[in-house]
Design a protein around this ligand. Structure first.
Ligand code: BEZ
Length: 236
């Protein structure tokens, strides 16, 4: 029998669960309001807490950067709307942190007092907390499909270089029909997907296209310049 405490976790490759919610920027219908755009949907444990404040200031200061990759930000916590508004006002009016000041959070922050949305997205993980969302990050593509997700505990703030790297890598993988190796960054060689048969793969070892390097029949890379990557994904 299924454990009553078991939590639903959305899965990569599935449609992002739908919901309607109230946010600091007005009501939203998710993911339909974001059709045609990438979205980073993320949760934080609580307003007026230090790690979350450092993260929100960083998200807000990178919003234009994400938007240049056709990517919108949407935050969520199980706090109410008035708490969200008061916290964001405090951030703007009072907090100076790592050179960031007067930071205005312009992206929507969802109020989820009932935890309805947080539960749909597996953001409440009782081993960590029954009353707060963990730091979840969902990368959702323009068709509303979950393409990647990362979960962090309450005690660890997210790595924003990694969040940006994931958005760029997913878009570049789609644009060029390739995969990205460990620690890939724009400008690094990319993985050429293995061919379907050994015969083809053997040919591939021998007749390589320019910029292609094979380490074995199943492991070939090719050069892909940062300029090509950026031109392809910034144009969208
Ligand atoms: C924080 O953001 O600082 C935080 C929130 C909940 C629990 C622990 C830390």
């Amino acid at each position: 029998m299924e454990n009553q405490d078991s939590i639903l976790l959305p899965r990569i490759g599935e449609a992002a669960p739908e919901f309607k919610a109230v946010t600091t920027q007005g009501p939203i219908s998710f993911p339909s309001d974001y059709a045609g755009k990438w979205v980073i949907l993320f949760s934080h444990p609580a307003d007026f807490t230090p790690v979350c404040t450092s993260e929100f200031m960083t998200f807000a200061s990178m919003e234009d950067d994400f938007r240049s990759f056709n990517c919108e930000l949407v935050g969520l916590s199980v706090d109410g709307l008035y708490s969200h508004i008061a916290w964001l006002r405090t951030i703007k009016e009072k907090i100076v942190y790592k050179g960031m000041k007067e930071v205005e959070v312009k992206f929507p922050l969802i109020e989820d007092i009932t935890m309805e949305v947080a539960k749909k997205y597996g953001m409440i993980q009782p081993g960590e907390s029954n009353t707060k969302a963990v730091r979840a990050v969902f990368f959702i593509d323009p068709k509303g499909i979950i393409r990647a997700m990362i979960y962090y505990p309450l005690s660890l703030g997210r790595n924003f270089d990694e969040l940006k790297r994931v958005i760029i890598a997913l878009q570049a993988a789609d644009s060029f029909g390739v995969a990205m190796p460990a620690d890939w960054r724009p400008g690094d060689a990319v993985i050429v997907p293995p061919a379907g048969s050994c015969g083809v793969a053997k040919d591939r070892m021998e007749a390589k296209e320019e910029g292609m390097k094979c380490y074995d029949w199943f492991f070939c890379t090719k050069e892909l310049s940062e300029e090509k990557v950026m031109n392809a994904i910034k144009a969208k």
